[in-house]
Design a protein around this ligand. Structure first.
Ligand code: NAD
Length: 256
């Protein structure tokens, strides 16, 4: 059970990170929420979660594009039994027009941040004698789409990092796995709709049906609660021998 375990969820003021944090807190884990901002709303999210679920919850500001801040997040939390590497951004453009700064930011936030937080968290997990690393990858960690060079590269990279983390902890009560969601209707996906409408000359409904859910055979978005449930499974005793692998939550996308 995750009761009294401390979970750090990067990028957890919105979307999947917030949903996963809520499901961990509902199951009794103390949670550390994170983003790069430091607003009243950020801290209120944590205090609301604490009172809703009767757990400890706090918000720690740290920019996941900065290696030192990634490590400082874990150090400041002071404990890390469950590490959910979730922070991520997207940019859509053909390779030859893809801005270098966007490439660098996506590789830093979607991939390198997980290396730094994992490096800081593993000693704490070893000391506690238990640990779970859950990397939020993507169906784009296993397959590709045009115009998402940096994102697809970063997500394939995180699947590789997950395998290495699992091998380096294989003889210990620590596991590392990647969850590969298909499309989930979060602010990140909402933000892609206008660009995609323009690129394909389609309206909003057509983009959702014909572009986004085109490769999702269920024709339904996955939900943040379902991803929270998958994370809880990976934290359960039933998953003690599940390590170094990917779990797709994609409505059949990668079966195509
Ligand atoms: P979102 O935009 O709703 O949330 C992203 C979170 O990350 C926010 O809390 C944001 O503040 C935070 N964040 C962004 N930049 C940060 C930084 N530099 N430092 C710290 N925090 C930062 O996005 P989402 O859809 O919930 O995506 C979360 C993760 O799930 C990402 O890694 C994304 O690639 C992955 N994912 C999403 C989908 C989907 O369909 N939404 C599918 C597959 C994978």
């Amino acid at each position: 059970s995750v009761t009294d375990k401390t979970a750090i969820i990067t990028g957890s003021t919105s979307g999947i990170g917030l949903g996963v944090a809520r499901e961990l807190a509902r199951a009794g884990a103390d949670v550390v929420l994170n983003s790069f901002t430091d607003s009243e709303e950020d801290h209120a999210l944590a205090s609301d979660m604490a009172s809703e679920f009767g757990v400890k919850a706090r918000y720690i500001q740290a920019d996941m594009s900065d290696p030192d801040q990634c490590r400082a997040l874990v150090e400041t939390a002071g404990a890390c039994d469950i590490l959910v590497n979730n922070a991520g951004i997207q940019h859509v453009a053909p390779i030859e027009e893809f801005p270098t700064a966007k490439w660098d930011a996506i590789i830093a936030i979607n991939l390198s941040s997980s290396f730094h937080t994992t490096a800081a968290a593993l000693p704490m997990m070893r000391k506690a004698g238990w640990g779970r690393v859950v990397n939020i990858a993507s169906a784009h960690g296993l397959t590709a789409s045009p115009y998402k060079a940096a994102y697809v590269a970063a997500k394939h990279g995180i699947v590789g990092l997950t395998k290495v983390t699992a091998l380096e902890t294989a003889r210990e009560p620590i596991t590392a796995n990647a969850i590969c969601p298909g499309y989930v209707l979060t602010p990140l996906v909402e933000a892609q709709i206008p660009d995609t409408m323009e690129k394909y000359d389609m309206d909003r409904d057509e983009v959702i049906e014909k572009v986004m859910l085109e490769r999702q055979p269920s024709k339904e978005f996955a939900t943040v609660e379902q991803l929270g449930g998958t994370t809880l499974y990976l934290c359960s005793d039933a998953a003690a021998q599940v390590t170094g692998t990917t779990i797709s939550v994609d409505g059949g996308w990668t079966a195509l």
